[in-house]
Design a protein around this ligand. Structure first.
Ligand SMILES: [Zn+2]
Length: 312
């Protein structure tokens, strides 16, 4: 099973510049007409690029087009991935001349690693030290590969992260973290449920797709410890429990409120009010109360009962 890489702030390859200088032209979080840019390694077939474009279009039509956004598509050839890394650092330098080119080249999660291990990930670049803010999505050729059905929902998942982060304006890392919930339960749960929900609604997708996917995620219940809250699970070894049950928590929140309350209301007010106040205002209870009910009541039910709350 693929694991989606948590977002990484590439502070290591950036050197400080005056972060105030660009604020007048800072249109972070505004809907944009500018489409995403696509870059691919030389061994990536055109059909793979087209597939990624198609699912980006599905996502941005549904959730709005945000950016600046780049997709980098890696194949399985390591040499081709290295060349793509060179191109990547050239583009970074073009977009932000203040970056440290060596730091960019030596970054730990480079395309060579994606060529070897696969996976997908979003890198949100927005911080006080960078002259350029934007989103960089990396897609690879395995875990999942373009021939797997999961590739499509993973593309939607990554784009939902773009939507989430586009709604947090601050360049300060702590302020941004305070609005994402930091641990994966909320941000990954949200991206995963929204991606699967949107995918399930596409033409030709079997009617029971969402039920089957969400039932699979309930297997993570066995790994949740007695009295443990999904909120406390970090990225890493046990992170997938928070991805899976976080997706269920978002389904639960939507069932208690509405899809619009989650997808629109919460994010519209997130930046101004902060996580907790936006949560209470849009979902009618504190996140702690909601999590308590989720763990103590909802998750204790038979599977068939739980599956009834899934959105159509
Ligand atoms: Zn993710």
């Amino acid at each position: 099973m693929y694991k989606v890489i948590p977002l990484v702030f590439l502070t290591a390859c950036l050197i400080p510049i005056n972060s105030q200088s660009n604020d007048k032209t800072d249109d972070w979080g505004k809907l944009s007409r500018k489409k995403a840019e696509f870059y691919a390694a030389s061994d990536v077939p055109k059909s793979h690029v087209e597939l990624t474009k198609r699912w980006y279009e599905v996502a941005s039509r549904e959730w709005g087009n945000y950016g600046p956004l780049e997709f980098w598509i890696v194949g399985s050839d390591v040499e081709a991935a290295k060349q793509l890394d060179d191109q990547y650092c050239r583009i970074r330098k073009q977009k932000d001349p203040s970056i440290d080119a060596k730091g960019c080249k030596n970054r730990s999660h480079n395309f060579e690693r994606y060529a070897k291990e696969g996976n997908a990930g979003l890198n949100t670049q927005r911080n006080e030290h960078s002259g350029w803010s934007g989103f960089i999505v990396t897609m690879a050729s395995k875990n999942p590969g373009p021939h797997e059905e999961d590739y499509k929902s993973v593309t939607l998942h990554e784009y939902f992260h773009v939507y989430q982060h586009a709604h947090i304006f601050s360049k300060n890392r702590e302020e941004r973290d305070s609005r994402t919930g930091k641990n994966p339960w909320w941000i990954e749960g949200g991206a995963e449920y929204m991606a699967q929900l949107l995918y399930s609604r596409q033409p030709g997708v079997p009617a029971d797709y969402l039920e089957v996917k969400m039932a699979q995620k309930l297997r993570s219940l066995e790994q949740l410890q007695e009295g443990e809250s999904i909120r406390d699970i970090q990225y890493g070894r046990r992170g997938s429990i928070a991805y899976d049950l976080g997706a269920w928590f978002v389904a639960f929140v939507i069932d208690k409120s509405s899809e619009d309350a989650f997808r629109i209301g919460f994010f519209q007010e997130l930046d101004r009010l902060g996580f907790e106040a936006s949560f209470e205002r849009n979902f009618g209870s504190t996140s702690e109360q909601m999590l308590k009910e989720f763990h103590e009541n909802f998750l204790q039910q038979p599977k068939a009962e739980m599956l009834k709350i899934l959105a159509k």
